[in-house]
Design a protein around this ligand. Structure first.
Ligand code: FES
Length: 122
């Protein structure tokens, strides 16, 4: 049912945990299933220097969160805002249709953290 990549990122998630000195955080809860993600960002010169996450959710949600952090670390905030859940699912070599909403959790949590960072800067 799941690709090798999903299983890899689920059993060995990258960048999982909290960040005590984060520049911004973002939380998002899935209206579909109630699962949640919290994203921590360290930003310098408009670039995501470091990123961590805590996800309370299914295997697909944890794998999506993990690969999302790898996709945006070292990228600009604009790149982060442009990351879509389809891109996350594609990077995982696909998700079953009923699990596509789990990739939204990762993308939306990231977008929330970036928006909070940008709002805080004003
Ligand atoms: Fe809720 Fe996967 S079932 S995020």
């Amino acid at each position: 049912m799941y690709s090798e990549k999903v299983l890899d990122h689920f059993t060995n998630p990258r960048n999982v945990g909290e960040m005590t000195n984060a520049d911004a955080t973002g939380e998002f809860g899935s209206s579909h299933c109630g699962d949640t993600i919290k994203v921590f960002l360290k930003v310098e010169d408009n670039v995501i220097q470091d990123i961590k996450f805590k996800t309370f959710g299914c295997a697909a949600a944890i794998a999506s969160s993990s690969i999302m952090t790898e996709m945006v670390r070292g990228k600009t905030l604009e790149d982060g805002l442009q990351l879509t859940n389809d891109m996350v699912a594609e990077a995982l070599d696909g998700l079953p249709p009923e699990k596509m909403h789990c990739s939204c959790l990762a993308a939306d949590g990231l977008h929330k953290a970036i928006q909070n960072y940008l709002n805080g800067q004003k």
